[in-house]
Structure formats: C-alpha cells, structure tokens
Ligand binder design. Structure first.
Ligand code: GN1
Ligand code: MG
Length: 371
C-alpha cells in the first residue's frame, strides 16, 4: 500500500511529506504527515484496524458527533485555541466522508495538534489536571441526546462478555497455553461474580449510563509542549455509552501504576496512591454537574474492575495465540497479564485507602450531591 496515494485522497492543505510512524497504540497504525510549507498544519494518518472496528461508518459517525459536540461546548464557554483542544478529522476530496477504503484497508486523517506532547507516566500535578480534564470531558458529553452514539465495538467493556471470551479461549486452548496458566485462570474465575456487580446494577437500571471514552490510558491525552497545560483527549474510537468507572479506572490502571502495563519486573508494579488521590480530586472538581454519590463510591471498585478486565483480555489473547493485540515478542501477552494481576492485587490492598480518599472528597463537595 502506497501511503502517499492514501494521503492524496484527503482534502488537506499544503504538500504532504512521507508519512512516518508515531505513537504506540496496540490496535491501529498511526503516522505523522508533515507538510512542507510553514503555515499549513501537519496531519495524522491512521489505518483503522478493520478486524477490531467492524463498522467504520458508525465509528467515524460517532467521532464526528463527539468532536462537533465538544467544539460547540468549548465555543459556548468562550474557550480560545479550540483547534488544539478538540480533534478535527479531514474529509475526502469532494466528499463529506472522513475515511477512505483502499485495497480493503480503511484510512482516516486528522489535524496534528501542534506543539503538543503526551506522557507514559504523570506527576501528581499532571494527574490532578488530567482528572479534571476527564471529568470535563464527561461533563461536556453528559447532555448529548440519548441514543446519539452507537457501540463501535459491541460488548467492549462488558465484563460478562469478556469472561465468556476467556472461558471459550480456555476451552479451545488454541495455543496450548492453558495448563501453564491454570492458576491465573482459576484466580480470575474466582473473582468473576464480584467483578460483574456493576453490570448487574446497570441491567436493573440502577446505575447510570453516560458517554465514556473507554480508553483513558495516560498516553491518550495531549499537553502543551511549553506550558504543560492540558490540551485534549485523543483516540476517540471507543467513545460510546458506558459507566464512568471505565474511564476513571483505566487511567488509574495505567498512570497509577508505579511500573508499566507490561512490566516484566513485578516488583515495579503497584498502585501509586498519590496519583490516585490527585486524579480523584481533579475528577471531583469538574464532575459536580452530574456525578452521583453512588458513582463516586464505586470509583475505587472501577479501578479494580478495569485492571481485572484488562488482565482477562490479555490472558484471553495469550491463550488464543495472540490474535488481537500487537505484540513485540512471543510472551508479551503473558507479561501483560501478570503485570495486570499484580496491579489488581495492589489495588485490592489499597481498597480502604482509596475508599477513604473518595469519602473525604464526597464530604468536601457534599452540597452538589444532595441535589
Ligand atoms: C488498546 O490501541 P490502544 O493502545 O489505544 C485497546 C484498549 C486497551 C489497551 C491496553 C480498541 O488500546 O481497550 O485498554 O489497548 N483498544 C481496543 O493497552 O481494544
Ligand atoms: Mg485506543
């Protein structure tokens, strides 16, 4: 596939240079396309993983609705620099469509946010800023009409479904790895009942559904290169209806880990309580318009849930012979699974600490919860 041919389908400004790979996503392939003339923006070119995103029309439709809603909210409150605070996707030449199909592959382009950077780990201060920004993201999307967005990946954060996938992978044992992982599989299955609690509440209409990002890894946020100010949330592929716990939990799963998501040295992996406290504080500061007491109280559980879910997903992929996530070496999904299970253990050890932090924040902002 000639990347230049793909780029030439999009209605961009300026003369594009050769696309260069950037980022470290586990699903899509991402490139930066610089333009040669100063004054024109640079662009991000992305090959959408069609095995993961089966309905690219729905995917791009969701993203366009989300970005235009955010742009509208930002402009209503007089925000400056909106072009750096919300992603903008580029239509094809002579069309409104924002993706093209080329030789069975799907591609899209967006404007590269200038003078921005992302992090793999954050300081306590940046954690606070990010918590506030994510709360703001939820708040901005909280008035989108019900039913506006579809599920870009059906059952994405559906714990019961993820466990059924693990169960099928265990039964299939396609890679012959089940015997080696027996202890981890049993440990996971033993926690399944508790981990599906919120899902049962949702089904009974006893837990609110919001619009959520569903991939709030720390490296999905952009900050200003010079001032470190929060700019915007990227990777909007999985923005869909869900529970706020997903987003709160996924950030702590990644940024709150003293080690890496795939750390081979498990001694590195544990919860950094300071990152948790700062993120929670920021999140509470910007979610007053909608967050309920019940959602607040479940936030520590959300951190365990997301870490557990990610362990289930990595383990499922490992047992299935590494068919979903990109891997860098044969045992990568094994290392990822073990690191997530270690992180889960640390979160469990900190349940009381996390609950008392949330209790403190709830008391501090009580009036808004009494509405
Ligand atoms: C994938 O591609 P990336 O890194 O944005 C995955 C997330 C996982 C994450 C684990 C569509 O995200 O759900 O949490 O890897 N995205 C999809 O690092 O499956
Ligand atoms: Mg993603």
């Amino acid at each position: 596939m000639n990347l230049k041919d793909v780029v030439s389908e999009f209605d961009i400004k300026g003369t594009p240079t050769e696309p260069k790979p950037i980022g470290n996503g586990l699903i899509n392939d991402t490139y930066i396309v610089r333009t040669s003339e100063p004054g024109n923006p640079d662009y991000v070119l992305q090959k959408i993983n069609g095995n993961v995103f089966r309905d690219v029309d729905l995917l791009q439709d969701n993203i366009m609705k989300v970005t235009s809603h955010i742009r509208m909210r930002l402009s209503k409150r007089g925000e400056k620099d909106i072009s750096r605070k919300c992603l903008r996707f580029i239509p094809l030449k002579g069309s409104e469509k924002t993706y093209c199909k080329n030789g069975g592959e799907y591609w899209r382009m967006s404007v590269y946010i200038s003078r921005s950077k992302s992090y793999e780990a954050v300081s306590p201060y940046l954690s606070y800023v990010t918590g506030r920004a994510f709360g703001d993201f939820h708040t901005m999307l909280s008035d989108m009409p019900k039913g506006s967005l579809g599920a870009t990946i059906p059952h994405f954060h559906d714990m019961e479904f993820r466990l059924s996938e693990l169960d099928a992978a265990v039964k299939g044992d396609k890679a012959g790895r089940v015997a080696k992982m027996r202890q981890q599989i049993d440990g996971i299955m033993g926690k399944s009942e508790r981990m599906c609690t919120v899902q049962r509440l949702v089904r009974a209409d006893e837990f609110p559904i919001r619009i959520t990002h569903c991939d709030t890894k720390v490296n999905n946020m952009l900050f200003d290169e010079d001032t470190n100010k929060f700019l915007c949330v990227i990777d909007l592929d999985t923005v869909m209806p869900g529970v706020v716990l997903s987003d709160f939990g996924d950030f702590i799963r990644t940024a709150g880990n003293t080690g890496a998501e795939d750390d081979r040295n498990l001694e590195n992996v544990s919860l950094n309580m300071e990152i948790f406290r700062c993120f929670a504080e920021g999140y509470f500061d910007s979610t007053r318009p909608f967050l309920t007491l019940q959602e607040a109280n479940f936030l520590p559980f959300g951190c365990e849930l997301m870490t557990y879910m990610q362990a289930v997903r990595f383990l499922t992929d490992y047992l299935s012979g590494d068919v979903y996530y990109k891997i860098k070496y044969p045992q990568h999904n094994f290392d990822r699974t073990m690191a997530q299970l270690k992180m889960l253990k640390s979160l469990e050890d900190h349940e009381k600490d996390m609950a008392s932090t949330i209790g403190y924040l709830v008391r501090k902002s009580k009036p808004s919860y009494l509405k």
